[in-house]
Design a protein around this ligand. Sequence first.
Ligand code: TXA
Ligand code: MG
Length: 545
Amino acid sequence: MQTKLFSIPSPEGHEAEIAQAARLLREGQLVGLPTETVYGLGADALNATAVAAIYRAKGRPSDNPLIIHVVNDIAWLDRYCRDIPPLAYELAETFWPGPLTMILKRNPIVPDRTTGGLDTVGIRCPDHPVTQAIIRAVDRPIAAPSANTSGRPSCTTAAQVLEDVGGKIAGVVDGGPCQVGVESTILDLTVTPPRLLRPGGMPLEALEEVCGEIQIDPAVQRQMGATERPRAPGMKYRHYAPKAPVTVYEGTPEATAAAIARAAGPGTGVICFEEYRDRFPRSVTASLGPVGDKREQARRVFSALRSFDRTNVKEILAQCPDRRGLGLAVGNRLKKAAGFHTVPVGSGQTRVIGITGPTGAGKTTALRELERMGARVLNCDEIYHRLLAENATLRREITARFGPVFDGETLDRKKLGGMVWQDPKALRDLNGICHKYILSRLGEEIADARDEGLVGVAIDAAALFESGGELLCDTTVAIVAPEEERVRRIMKREGITREYALARVHAQRPDEWFSDHCAHTLVNDSTQEAFRTKAQELFWELLFE
Ligand code: TXA
Ligand code: MG
């Protein structure tokens, strides 16, 4: 098929071409369309046969639903969606036309083909005058995924659309290069609080100003497991991938540039900020634009990824912006291109973070996030038990104070426990002995981590302050949670009764004590995912900034 190219820089004076493109769409043909985010591959959203052709042209899995594009008119929202919450109207009024897609309950006139069989539909009003004029002329919503071949980086110019699907579609409208450069932000409004399914051209912070709390879907930050089902079906597929494998370096620009420079050779492609371009003289580079200009980074990220397909680089190493503003979307596209293969790079120092708080508050979840970011967790309980088994001097000191509580190297825990239980002086003595051994082991472990150049060490200690462990830390974080939540978690985790769990909770210091003593506090008072997101944000700052 010959793909007809329409050059339409603006609606004015191009009425005839707009009418032609609209006619193709009305006939059920596919037309590449410019939007402010990326180019779309458009078809009549109400024509199931036309929509089926989109999946064929892109090679897209049929369970991956399409976004419908409408004109800037609330009446269209009412026509294709139902049970629309007031917040959706407010968002449309504030952010349309613009890079925000809302997931809402669908009206049944939107065919299954378009929504991938879901009873919800993604709807947005693109901020491009030419495409708005075309949609108005068709007088129907236009279903349009990004115009790239499935799996490749999205297209931000008409030439890239031709590169990917030229010959397979009836026409492409060239409306100039895309001004935003990354796809729309997808917000699911069928749940409370709303959930961010894909970061994009509309920064999360702007949406939070209207919505209040927004939950971030886990698929935004990490690879979905084989059995997990992300809410946006598209988030599970490998995406945006150039031919060579990509690795994303996370950390401050200075630190990641240094790490990439060490790793890069002649066969390496480097995606870097403009300021660091001359650090990689032996590599093929693509600039994301200046460190401080995230709008430019968004405009360039897909072309940067695509640019290496014209070279024969064997690998691509990329710098990554921080998560603020459009950085969340740019970083997400890079990480998805890398299949979430990321390398955390510290500031050159190994940050030591003390983590403490009562049981059942979520320390384990928080520590897992720190590990994911490249920090090593030192669990003081584990160290204590290892020391008891390994260190004869410690055992002798305990025996000298408490009598024969060891059978060889094995501690009779019940016996020792019985002696210190309800005897504060004995407990103080025991802690006095053990803490000094634990601290000295922590010191060695931290020195090892520094030698290895790790980004950080997390000290997991219930008695962080009582032991003096805090003195080894650069900063401290309290993990706390409402009592009711903790009781529920402890009951579930340990299979004990409510009374017993309550007694455990009451035997510990109150939340305020931990918050007062620590430099930072994370409150685990909503969902697991919300807590993980909060933890990621704080730990990123503590490790990398
Ligand atoms: O900026 C954009 O949104 C571009 C331009 C062309 O408008 N379009 C775009 O479409 O990025 P696409 O198909 O490449 O990505 C749409 C994403 C997919 O991940 C899909 O799974 C998700 O939106 N999606 C669509 N409908 C959905 C629904 N009802 N529920 C959840 N996710 C949905
Ligand atoms: Mg896409």
